[in-house]
Design a protein around this ligand. Structure first.
Ligand code: ATP
Ligand code: MG
Length: 415
């Protein structure tokens, strides 16, 4: 029997493994599409894409159904039934050999009913465990497929957490010869050099896709640095203690991320800050005034993703959140993009007031935000093309920065 079982299991694996893998893949696609449709409902409706999306969703579900059916069909034919069939065949063979040959010329002799019974029950004892083994094999099969999918994720290169002990003290940032690619061979940053003195204000500008957010992501240790050096206070990022690093370096991201909780919790983010610290940070970020106007002030509950707030208000809360941790280094990615001009001037003042206390690196499309910066770095296609103060960069005839400023119509009042 054993060779037959091995063949069945081998065949089962060939039929079922691809179906199991496909069914799992499609299931995760269904989940992704469900989340996408809920999150992007407004866009789907506004662009009239609901029908097309529904059809795409149905197709995915249908394909998953087919893959599952294929998997179940392999189970139904090849596991239990195939072994049951083997069992029966064996029984038939035993009865035939012993029963029929008893009458023929070369008879083995009459078999007593007791012996026959023993044979039959022994066969059952062998077959039952075999059936159990193959059933478990099908579970093993599914787990192997699932584990392979998880493994792909686990193998991704990751930065930190490290066991290193280094601390961030002054907040000096030093970048030397830094190059980076998300995908092999597709360089996004080329040979970047950048020195930011502790407590100074550095502005990053450049066209869409020039690599500004990427540079910030590297500074946040989201990706390991492979080419070049990136140091804070003279230490490479992976020599810094993880908790201390996260406390010392704060981010206001390009897209403010708020959680479904109160305003206070959104600023605190589980750090256990005092009410006074939270309020002080909100004042610095110019968020205090509008938070006070809410019915329940700082205890007002926000919806998922900060639903119920204007985008500018979300940005101000995100700035307050970053300041509340009293970081040494503050990274702002387009933190003023959605704020009205009046509030922006206030935030700009707040950033200027941080000078000397916190190192600020701010990305801004809105150039007025970084006009007062000690140093403005202009990126283009992943390279630093210009650097200097606003006045110095305005002096470069035909320079990228000068052109950007002129396009934004803020050349008046150049210092
Ligand atoms: P913007 O001003 O529009 O925010 P940016 O200067 O911040 O632009 P980055 O987000 O740094 O630009 O992107 C730089 C380049 O890297 C782009 O060409 C982009 O396509 C690519 N890129 C960004 N993120 C990833 C990623 N996760 N995987 C692969 N490529 C990426
Ligand atoms: Mg960006």
């Amino acid at each position: 029997m054993l060779p037959a079982v091995i063949v069945i299991v081998w065949w089962y694996q060939r039929l079922s493994a691809p179906a199991v893998a496909r069914a799992r893949e499609l299931r995760s696609e269904i989940n992704a599409q469900t989340a996408e449709s809920i999150a992007g409902m407004a866009v789907l409706r506004a662009t009239g894409a609901t029908r097309a999306f529904t059809e795409r969703y149905e197709r995915t579900i249908w394909r998953q159904y087919e893959a599952r059916r294929e998997e179940l069909r392999a189970n139904a034919w090849l596991l239990r039934p195939a072994l049951d069939f083997l069992n029966l065949a064996l029984l038939a063979a035993v009865i035939a050999v012993f029963g029929l040959s008893a009458q023929g010329p070369g008879a083995l002799g009459t078999v007593e009913i007791g012996v026959l019974y023993a044979f039959v029950s022994y066969i059952a004892r062998v077959v039952d465990p075999l059936i159990q083994i193959t059933n478990q094999f099908s579970q093993l099969q599914q787990s192997v497929v699932a584990a392979a999918r998880v493994n792909v994720l686990m193998r991704e290169a990751q930065a930190g957490p490290s066991a290193a002990q280094g601390q961030v003290r002054a907040g000096a940032v030093s970048v030397r010869g830094l190059s980076f690619a998300y995908l092999p061979g597709r360089m996004v940053l080329h040979d970047i050099d950048l020195q930011v003195a502790p407590g100074s204000f550095c502005g990053l500008v450049g066209h869409t896709g020039s690599g500004k957010s990427t540079l910030i992501a590297l500074l946040l240790r989201f990706y390991p640095v492979r080419h070049g050096h990136l140091e804070i206070d003279g230490l490479p990022l992976d020599a810094l203690d993880d908790t201390a690093f996260r406390q010392a370096v704060a981010l206001v991201p390009q897209e403010p991320f708020l959680i479904a909780a109160s305003v206070r919790e959104n600023i605190d983010m589980g750090r256990g800050l005092s009410a006074a610290a939270i309020e002080a940070a909100s004042r610095d970020a110019h968020a205090h005034a509008f938070i006070e106007r809410f019915d329940k002030g700082y205890d007002t509950l926000l919806g998922e993703g900060g639903a119920g707030l204007a985008v500018g208000q979300k940005q101000l809360i995100a700035i307050a959140r970053a300041l509340a941790g009293q970081p040494r280094i503050l990274l702002l990615d387009e933190a003023t993009a959605h704020i009205d001009t009046e509030t922006e001037i206030e935030v700009q003042k707040a950033l200027t007031a941080l000078r000397g206390r916190i190192t600020v690196i701010a990305i801004a499309h809105r150039l007025s935000t970084i006009r007062e910066a000690d140093q403005i770095v202009v990126l283009s296609h992943g390279r630093v093309v210009e650097r200097g103060s606003h006045a110095a960069l305005m002096g470069i005839e035909g320079g990228t920065y000068q052109r950007l400023v002129e396009l934004q119509g803020m050349e008046g009042g150049v210092g």
